[in-house]
Design a protein around this ligand. Sequence first.
Ligand code: NIG
Ligand code: FE
Length: 394
Amino acid sequence: MSLVLRNAGRLVTCDQELGEGPLGVIRGGALVAEKGRITWVGRDRDAKSPRGATELDAEGAAVLPGLVDCHTHLVFAGDRAEEFGARMRGEPYKAGGIRTTVAATRAAGDQELTALALARLDRFLGFGVTTVEAKTGYGLTEAEELRLLRITAALEHPVNVVPTLLAAHVIPPESDAATWIDAVCERVIPAARKLAEFSDVWCEPNGAFDVEQSRRVLEASRSAGLGLKVHAEQLGPGGGAALAAEMGATSADHLEHVTPADAYALADAGTVGVLMPGASMLTAAPYAPARMLIERGVRLALSTDFNPGTSYTENLQLMVALGCGLLKLTPEEALLGVTRNAAAAIGREDRCGRLKPGLEAAFVVLDSRSEVDVAYHYGVNLAATVVRGGEVAA
Ligand code: NIG
Ligand code: FE
């Protein structure tokens, strides 16, 4: 039940109050966990092991909080390798490709979808990710969206799963926008209130829903007690970021086409900006203006956007490298984007994303002496040991 981590060359708390620099690093650090929670962090020489505690020796390595992927489309069947190939030959990304995944997902049974999601969570965990937000959105009928949400909420895995309803992902193949938005607001959202933590909408006048339709979804979601998220400004400027700020959404995600005025509004509202450089990279889309957002006070998280259309990877470490190389973030900004700020993007800053007493005992011992290697030594898996809930999970 108790665990002590000794001899961390750099214990990266991601809390400035607990250590040096923007990442709150404790050099020569240690951590004590009891009953799955962190009870103490400090210098190794001051550490006291509780009786019978399991000891883990970091052997001088850097230790990070368990990574948080705050935006994934986890539950789906099939793949879109052909669409990917066509895109690489020059075709643009079209939201219509989502229909291929919708057809495959509807055709898959609960067990198959569960097995696929669990295998993906295994991969996330192997990369040091201990909390994953997971959206529906490939069902697109009332029954199918609720089935995907039930499957998501029932996943049993060491990774914490945060279920999000994305019934308003795109217009269903057999419906129209107005009819579907009515169904989502009047029936799907009320039925989702006990299963989902968040509700999301793709605000994209060219391919999904306009601002008025998106506002209705967010208002219904708020009335149902769900946290709010918006896929905003992805394919073009669409008013989604301003709407997210107006509605006090927890996060506004994508933001490739966000404007300086939007940025001030997001900063004022305390809405976290979630950037997904992998999706831009593999759809030949512009990169979100990360520095512009930071300069205007927006808190930034980074995510894989794990999905079969625009970004098919569970490697959140790679997003730290892409955040630096493509979005021009510093390693510290990028690392905060997959820890503390990612936790804020799913309303869990008091539960995960930092190594702080009271929070979940979830951490990654790196195969490296420096946390900067997550960006610098890129494309490989630097997670040597992953602890979640105070127990070694990978
Ligand atoms: O976040 N923007 C909408 N949804 C996904 C793409 C989903 C898909 O193509 O299957 C995204 O990029
Ligand atoms: Fe997405």
